[in-house]
Design a protein around this ligand. Sequence first.
Ligand code: TYM
Length: 343
Amino acid sequence: MSDRPHEYHGPERVFSGVQPSGALHLGNYLGALKKFVTLQDRHDCLFCIVDLHAITVWQDPGDLADQTRHIAAAYLASGVDPGKAIIYAQSRVSAHTELAWYLNCVARIGWLNRMTQFRDKAGRNSERMSVGLYDYPVLQAADILAFKATHVPVGEDQKQHLELSRDIAAKFNNDFNVPGFFPLPEPLISGPGARIMSLRDGSGKMSKSDPSDMSRINLTDDADTIARKFRKAKTDPGVIPENPEALGDRPELANLIGIYAALADMSDQAVLEQYAGEGFGVFKPALAELAVEKLRPVTELMGRYLADPAEIDRILLCGADSADEIATPILAEVCDIIGFWKG
Ligand code: TYM
């Protein structure tokens, strides 16, 4: 993996999370889930379903548990193996909320004021947003640091939150004079799929919250829907160029080439070489066919897992016990470092 986190000499550990707040899309799959699967073979991994983050905006209490199972099913169907990686729901492991409070007292308000994702989500209504939405990145830091995770596979949109996690870890180590206690977690962002854009606008990311369903490919879309969405995806009148430099001012095309490359495990360059000179009438159906070929097994397996919620629950309970076992001694050390009364 990348550089060793500064001064930290503990074991390497991978942590990441996905919110159970709506159907997963191709961006989540390529930016996160697909990476989880490649990491689990060689590293200790925890893959969390971050339901505490989801409730920073309203979630219907009648749906939340099923949405959590839905993400668990997506992890499993993508190839995350509970025999290799820990899969669990955030709300079942109290270390997250406990450490978030301690880190709230380390993080600075000015740091949170700079978080662009809060500004994007809140828009002009920030006064009416929950305190949780504002504090969201501190909980994210707690997720990672409760396990002393060293590496965090995420999409590009999480880069700023990861930088904040590093700042919080460094300030804790510094304030309490415990150099290297927390690692400074490294984001694992690079590679194709890190930034999948909307199919309707190459300058905005593919997102669950986009009001237009045509802007994204959902993991639950059927073959016809996937083909229709790619057919209608915004493009320009040109043909496919030969080299990647020509993609610079063609964001919609760059996005489609990137999606193809990420799905096929190819470089952008290789995709361009294969389709150079072709128009979209050829490229879009080929992309749709590839997407269906790669996503159909995931969608089908998800369906099978969801048909047996008791098995998902068993996996999540077992994962929560394993996560708890790792976090409990770390939290005990944190309490000692802060100097709480022990009785
Ligand atoms: P969430 O649930 O919004 O997204 C889950 C993962 O999908 C990635 N992603 C994308 N990747 C590429 N292109 C896109 N268009 C795209 N959209 C989403 C996200 O980067 C993410 O990796 N804050 C996190 C959840 C979280 C977390 C954590 C992640 C909570 N605690 C600790 C890592 C470590 C989030 O909102 O993910």
